[in-house]
Design a protein around this ligand. Structure first.
Ligand SMILES: [Zn+2]
Length: 453
């Protein structure tokens, strides 16, 4: 579809209309911890990360014959103490911002061993996820029942005689290794995908970028689409979302074929690799917010690496046309949502471009009806959206999508990681309508094809 910049005079006339729109909500901004007891425990990641000390949220404690262990990838538990027979008082890890943004705290994930045949009560606040997740014996994660999570400060867990090990988490978790394992599996199974390491995080973890396209179609016929996920460490819905997106664009189907025939996809699966591994809620290993580094990322390893890639693509023949910045948000929401940026921070025409994608996404899945639509004035210099708007304006349809930890719109059940995979698939499918991608014949690969390729 044709998208021309509208004249300044028209912009002025449209300003009245635009200002009538809602502008509540901050762009992926959850509120800082205010509980004095939690504030007193807030820890600046720099107090341990740069010094090579064991992070305080990585603990292994045995009480009443049960071992609580958070000392592994993505694990996090602030503390645990006996509170009586079969009762344990836990506390969340509280991470302090090293740039004055205040502490954050909601993520937890830990293993239990020695629980066979027991019923235990764990007092631990989980207000942002009313139904945390549990698995036993390394099996599948499931949503806790109302009996297991009777309120948002307690979990009452019963284990059978054969269930000696369990794991509890804020939401269906995906740590650094789990995420990269799944991404590697998707890439290795697809002839259309390639993964490269674009550099290392502050703590030395590999940062990956996956590129998916059909090389049999000339790039001159393609739109470039950029996706990055999990700038904020605890925002795991964004990782499920990203995995669904990757599965859709690599899928052996007419839809997958159409998408990769007319798009070049660049997906950065895990931006805040360190914070995710550390089991943080929001900040990275330096206590920094990656979303606040885009305009001057010289001191921020990860964002600087992404910015280099984005700059390279924008200087090349296939500029980025759609950019999705995947997040999760706290609070009670009916639906997932995008932050549509509105006039005068962007043009009214750009509002329409964003709405075109939102509508296409709505049409692509029953799991999204835009029931919690949010709009905001684009900050001058905070997010990747600010960065691309400042430099390329309407060329790049850039938006943040926010998942939440509450209920799904279709049947009011608790929303799951699998639902976010479906939403991620739909974010890819939406591009067919958004770009008006041509129809193309799809012949499923033959066994010969797989043998040769
Ligand atoms: Zn976020």
């Amino acid at each position: 579809m044709l998208r021309t910049r509208i004249l300044a005079g028209t912009v002025m006339l449209m300003a009245i209309l635009a200002s009538a729109g809602t502008a509540r909500g901050q762009h992926c901004e959850d509120s800082a911890v205010t509980d004095p007891a939690l504030l007193a425990r807030a820890v600046d990641p720099l107090d341990y990360a740069a010094k090579g000390l064991t992070p305080p949220q990585k603990i292994t404690v045995t009480l009443q014959g049960i071992t609580f262990d958070s000392n592994y990838d993505n694990g996090s538990l602030g503390g645990i103490a006996s509170g009586g027979a079969d009762v344990f008082n836990g506390s969340l890890f509280v991470e302090q911002s090293s740039q004055g943004l205040g502490p954050r705290s909601y993520w937890f994930r830990f293993k239990l061993s020695g629980v066979a045949g027991r019923t235990i009560t764990i007092n631990l606040t989980h207000g942002e996820s009313p139904r945390p997740r549990i698995r036993t014996g390394g099996g599948e994660w499931r949503v806790m029942t109302a009996q297991e999570a009777p309120n948002t400060s307690q979990m009452i867990l019963s284990f059978g005689a054969g269930e000696d090990e369990a794991e509890v988490s804020f939401f269906d978790p995906l740590g650094y290794d789990e995420t990269m394992g799944q991404v590697t599996g998707i890439v290795n199974a697809s002839p259309w995908a390639a993964m490269e390491t674009i550099g290392q995080s502050f703590q030395g973890r590999d940062l990956a970028m996956v590129t998916v396209t059909n090389p049999n179609v000339p790039d001159s016929e393609k739109f470039r689409v950029w996706v990055h996920s999990r700038a904020h460490a605890g925002e795991v819905t964004s990782t499920h979302n990203m995995l669904g997106f990757l599965k859709q664009i690599t899928e052996e189907s007419a839809v997958g074929h159409r998408l990769r025939s007319f798009c070049i996809f660049n997906v950065v699966p895990l931006l805040n690799a360190d914070g995710t591994a550390l089991g943080h809620t929001r900040w990275d290993a330096q206590g920094l917010d990656p979303e606040r580094q885009w305009c001057n990322p010289t001191g921020h390893t990860e964002v600087a690496l992404l910015k280099t890639r984005i700059d390279g693509f924008m200087a090349g023949p296939n500029q980025i046309r759609v950019m999705l910045n995947l997040h999760s948000t706290v609070g009670s929401w009916t639906d997932t949502f995008f932050f549509k940026h509105i006039f005068p921070s962007v043009t009214v025409a750009f509002e329409g471009i964003q709405q075109d994608y939102i509508d296409a996404f709505d049409n692509a899945t029953p799991l999204f009806d835009n029931l919690s639509a949010q709009s905001s004035q684009l900050n001058e210099c905070l997010f990747v959206e600010s960065y691309v708007w400042n430099n390329w304006e309407e060329t790049v349809m850039a938006m943040t999508h926010e998942g939440h930890y509450r209920r799904r719109i279709t049947d009011n059940a608790w929303i799951t990681g699998a639902d976010y995979e479906e939403l991620g698939r739909a974010q890819a499918v939406a591009l067919i309508e958004y770009f008006d991608l041509p129809e193309t014949d799809y012949d499923p690969p033959t066994p010969d094809y797989w043998a040769v390729n």
